[in-house]
Write a protein of this length. Sequence first.
Lengths: 465, 465
Amino acid sequence: MNLYRILVVVPLILFLSHFNSLSQIKDTTKSKLYEGEARRIIAEGLKTCQAYRMLEDLSLNIGPRLVGSPQAAKAVEWGKQKMESLGFQNVHTEPCTVPHWVRGAVEEASIITTRGESISINICALGGSIATPEDGIYAEILQVKSFDDLKTLGEEANGKIIFFNRPMDPSKISPGEAYGGAVNQRGSGAVEAAKAGGVAALIRSMTMQLDDVPHTGSMHYMDTIPKVPAAAISTMGANMLDSLLAIDKNLKIKIKLSCQTLPDIESANVIGELTGTEKPEEVIVIGGHLDSWDQGHGAHDDGAGCVHSIEALRLLKELGLRPKRTIRVVLFMNEEFGLNGGIAYAKEDHHGEKHICAIETDAGGFTPRGFGVGADSVNFPRFARWSYLLDPIDAGRITRGGGGADISELAKLGVITIGLRVDGQRYFDYHHSGNDTIDKVHPRELELGAIAIAIFSYAIAQEGI
Amino acid sequence: MNLYRILVVVPLILFLSHFNSLSQIKDTTKSKLYEGEARRIIAEGLKTCQAYRMLEDLSLNIGPRLVGSPQAAKAVEWGKQKMESLGFQNVHTEPCTVPHWVRGAVEEASIITTRGESISINICALGGSIATPEDGIYAEILQVKSFDDLKTLGEEANGKIIFFNRPMDPSKISPGEAYGGAVNQRGSGAVEAAKAGGVAALIRSMTMQLDDVPHTGSMHYMDTIPKVPAAAISTMGANMLDSLLAIDKNLKIKIKLSCQTLPDIESANVIGELTGTEKPEEVIVIGGHLDSWDQGHGAHDDGAGCVHSIEALRLLKELGLRPKRTIRVVLFMNEEFGLNGGIAYAKEDHHGEKHICAIETDAGGFTPRGFGVGADSVNFPRFARWSYLLDPIDAGRITRGGGGADISELAKLGVITIGLRVDGQRYFDYHHSGNDTIDKVHPRELELGAIAIAIFSYAIAQEGI
């Protein structure tokens, strides 16, 4: 074998063999049902990655879309215009009333050591938090890892700022599961702090990433418990605070927040569809949520889900694939803060339509792995049978159990709900924070999500269940 | 249902249902073979993500490791010390002779319009290229998309710099397949340019990302064809050049390169193992390549593969999992530029050992999807049977066909060769360029690759084939 073959051809062929095995499209003369359509959808999507172009537009020209904000209102208009410009059918908005919490201009915290040194730290108010008094809250810190710890400490919590510092458990495979094991601190920290006599709650950000960016998210109060302010501290800030507390037990913190809740406001879901050619009254919903938190761009959460859904329908339209049943994009308003859009959509009289399933994408714009289908053992195989169409993009893992927050009201009405499953390892690095920006989204990974939804929804639209 | 449940509990549960379906570890009393061990490996790995710590060390304290360079020599020492410090057995190096090409201090290019304007562009010499004359090469540009195009143009190529500008085809699902469809321009561009009478070759970087970073890689000459210099131009540079050529056909480029090939030099593979407790003479190789290109950190290519392999063995050792057959880490020297390490390892007299398989990881530190196994139909199921151990981390897709460049010589000796398959959408964004830095690697994604190799190699070591 000559030098050229040794040096170039052999390593190249072997190197490529890693990758070629990923390409599963077989050039068989006898295709299985919808394999040709799937192949065309894949090639068309990857060729131009339009989902990313749309997400750039949403992220950079509108930005984060906190429910009730002017940007959220602009996003409603954006969604409607986008779907109209793409020639979708029955494009319209459906109104819903949403809460209107606003982050204040003041959001400050400093650690004050017993020697009087002051260390400024990054915090951000949790969604729904009340403000501090204008002069702030200045108090000693009590660090706890759990609500049980807090109860055990009894009187010690009195008058203190309670610092909830239980990290997400990194040994969990699924970051979502690790999130589930920690997020009660964020949701209920203020209530538990107040119950124990605390004056504020400071919560470790819900991420496994070590950085100085606080992650917001919703929290709640209870009518019977005094309301105290609640803010997130970054993971680096939390670790520093923990280290400082180890050498200085009487550290104090000063927190100032000027957030507030304004009266409810009108907003809307945005809807567009390809009406079914044979059974228009049978509807497959595909959707994500148009609102986001007010940090970053809301790119992965859930700008990605919105453009996934629009792009899925665009691909079908572009390729002239007219579905027999209606495929409807719903951009839901306010997933983050009360599900008003999801509730409104489920209540709306849709003229005797039958929703045969609803697919939500709200786990970020990462490489798709498959779908989680919330169907019983009779219906599940009617969805799982399409996995071979998704295998070429390695997204054919269709598993039982799944849905989404926005479509949970539809689930209560008996609609089968489905969630797009993606590679979730990076999701909480960005989630609800200033890190959730367009540059964290990969054009091809995002597009593959749209492609997966296009293929899956089209097959369901053609064959029903 | 009260407000709290509506606002917090319901969305949370539904939201988490996306993620929980990813967590496949079942708490069954009756485990399948090695499920317990796999579970422990997963939890141990994710808890501390040691692979990333090692890769940080290699990337930041040694940096890129071009074969023959002082950094490559340091990396050999690093690998040996790392394996010794982890308590691996039989840690040693095995020598091999490698080529020694060095990038010069001068690497410049400017586009000169017919109106005399000069536009500086980023280029980098391809590995193996000769230098330009000291004054550079100044010539008109001829843009082509293929070698056939070039042949068709005949005399027109005479005296020109041939600009090979065929992009990787984005409609391919696998970026590796798209790479395969474009990379002959890089490997053979200089030969084809010279055959046509051209004086240099300028090649569009092998990436689908649009940025201003040129990507290097190996190229070759032929003894019977004059040698001309070859350099990569970034994708943005290539697009700009294409646009300029559309309005100014007589553009010239001036290129200066001072790279050179020095005499061959001694280097080495680095080896360490857990010796089998029952059949030490039966060996499973796991490995990546220690050399890299001289741009970026060589983090994904193939620092990731090196630390995948070391970390896989560390996990087994840490958990007290003593394999019945030997699992051996081999950090191969010079995958990029001639496979000397792989050839040397295959030639080495390993004292009557039997290599039952070799697993290479050289596709980046991304989330693992499975393994490609280069076994026949009889042997394939003996590997595929372990997919259930990998399903909990969504890496259970074991497919036929696979291997790696470094282990290709072992394949020729009849050893079954296997490649780790990962999510490859981002690989060529970084590959062979200044973009391939440690910050592009995710600690958990990287660790999951090490975990996959640990689980798979352990099961093979226990049960053989």
